[in-house]
Design a protein around this ligand. Structure first.
Ligand code: 1HN
Length: 351
C-alpha cells in the first residue's frame, strides 16, 4: 500500500504550533524556541555600518549651520554624525552618539546638565572654552575634554574664527536604561569657581592632593591637552616597536584610580609610525575613530577608509580591521569598551 507522505505529520505539527502561538499571543506570550538563535547568536551580528565622514565634505555644512541658527537658539549647534544603517536614531553605533559642534566668536552655548556623559575631541579652531563643574578650559585641536554625568557645562568663544569639535555621548546607553534626566541652568553661564588650569595642576601633573578621595567615577582631569599627549606618543616611538595589532596604543587614564577617564566611554589614542601596518584585530566594542595628525587607512569588511586629519570613521564591533599608516599617524578613538568591561562581557581577538 502507498505509505503516508513524510511531510504530512510535519505540516499538521507546524499548523498546530502556529495555532498555539496565536492563542498564546492573546496573552502577550511568545515562544522562545522560534527566536532563540537570533536572540543569542554565536557572535555579534553588526547592526551599524562601517562609515567614514571626510571632514572636507562635511565642513561646508557645519559652517553653514552658523548661518541657519545661533548657538544660543540651538542650545547646541551640532550636526549629528548618524550611522547610515541607523538613520533617524541619532546614533553612530548602537550605544553611542557622535556629532560635530560649531561655536562662533562671541557665542555662548547655554549651561545645562544631563545624566549622559559627554566627551569633546577638538577638531578645528582655537580660543573657545568649555566650563565644566565650575572650571573653564580653553580648547586646542587634539585636546580631549570630558563632561561627566550631571555636571553643569556651557561653552563660549572669546577668540577668533570658527571652532569645531567632535562630541561623543553615551545617549543610547542612558536611553536603554531609560535613565535620561536634564536640567537647564537659570543663567546662560554657570558660575566659574576655580581658575583655569586648576584641575590639570592638581590631578594631572603626576601629583595628587594628599588625602584626595575619588568624588565620582570620572577622572578629575577634564582636559587632556594634545601637546602632552603628542609628546608621549612620539616618545613611545623612540623606545620600542609598536604593538603588532594596535600600534602604540594608550588610554586616557583617571589618575585617582588608574581606570578609564570616563565610566561608560573608553577613550584611547594611538600612533602608528609611517609605513606601519597592523595585523587584523577585532573587539566587541563598536568604535569611532578620528585622525589627529598624519594619514592612513582603516581596512574593514572589504572597504578601505582613508583617514586624514579631522576625518571620522566608525567600525562596528567584532568586525576585524587593519590599520595602515602612510606617515606618522595619530588616531583618537572612543567606544563603549569601559561599560562592556565593567559588565564582564568585553572581548577582543588578535588575528
Ligand atoms: C550636549 O549637552 C552637548 O554640551 C553636545 O555640548 C551634544 C547632544 C545631545 C544632548 C546633549 C554639549 C549633545 C548634548
Amino acid at each position: 500500500m502507498a505509505s503516508v507522505p513524510a511531510a504530512t505529520p510535519q505540516v499538521s505539527v507546524e499548523a498546530e504550533r502556529q495555532a498555539f502561538y496565536e492563542r498564546a499571543d492573546t496573552q502577550s506570550l511568545a515562544p522562545l524556541w522560534t527566536r532563540l538563535k537570533a536572540l543569542v547568536p554565536k557572535a555579534p551580528t553588526p547592526t551599524c555600518a562601517v562609515h567614514c565622514w571626510h571632514y572636507d565634505d562635511v565642513r561646508p555644512y557645519v559652517m553653514e549651520s552658523a548661518q541657519q541658527i545661533s548657538a544660543a537658539e540651538a542650545e547646541r549647534r551640532v550636526l549629528i554624525l548618524e550611522n547610515p544603517a541607523l538613520r533617524g536614531s541619532s546614533q553612530v553605533t548602537n550605544t553611542l552618539y557622535a556629532g560635530l559642534q560649531l561655536i562662533m566668536p562671541g557665542e555662548v552655548a547655554p549651561a545645562h546638565r544631563h545624566t549622559q556623559s559627554a566627551l569633546r575631541f577638538i577638531i578645528e579652531g582655537t580660543g573657545a572654552y568649555t566650563a565644566v563643574d565650575g572650571e573653564k578650559t580653553i580648547m586646542q585641536p587634539g585636546d580631549f575634554v570630558i563632561t561627566p554625568s550631571w555636571t553643569w557645562h556651557h561653552h563660549g568663544h572669546d577668540g577668533a574664527g570658527p571652532m569645531v569639535w567632535l562630541d561623543g555621548l553615551d545617549i543610547p546607553i542612558l536611553a536603554f536604561y531609560n535613565a535620561t534626566f536634564r536640567e537647564d541652568h537659570h543663567e546662560a553661564e554657570a558660575p566659574v569657581a576655580r581658575p583655569t588650569g586648576d584641575a590639570l595642576a592638581r590631578y594631572g601633573s603626576g601629583l595628587l592632593p594628599v588625602g584626595h578621595r575619588a568624588g565620582s567615577l570620572n577622572s578629575p582631569v577634564f582636559n587632556y591637552p594634545w601637546a602632552r599627549t603628542r609628546d608621549a606618543l612620539h616618545a613611545l616611538t623612540r623606545a620600542g616597536a609598536p604593538d603588532a595589532h594596535t600600534g602604540h596604543l594608550m588610554r586616557y587614564v583617571n589618575p585617582v584610580d588608574g581606570g578609564w577617564a570616563m565610566p561608560t566611554m573608553a577613550t584611547m589614542v594611538r600612533l602608528l609610525p609611517a609605513g606601519f601596518s597592523t595585523q587584523a584585530y577585532r573587539s566587541s566594542d563598536s568604535t569611532v575613530f578620528t585622525a589627529v595628525e598624519g594619514n592612513g587607512e582603516i581596512r574593514v569588511d572589504g572597504q578601505v577608509l582613508k583617514l586624514g586629519p579631522r576625518d571620522i570613521a566608525v567600525v562596528p564591533g567584532w568586525m576585524s580591521y587593519t590599520l595602515h599608516a602612510d606617515d606618522d599617524w595619530a588616531l583618537f578613538s572612543y567606544s563603549d569598551r569601559v561599560a562592556q568591561e565593567k559588565l564582564g562581557f568585553w572581548r577582543e581577538q588578535r588575528l
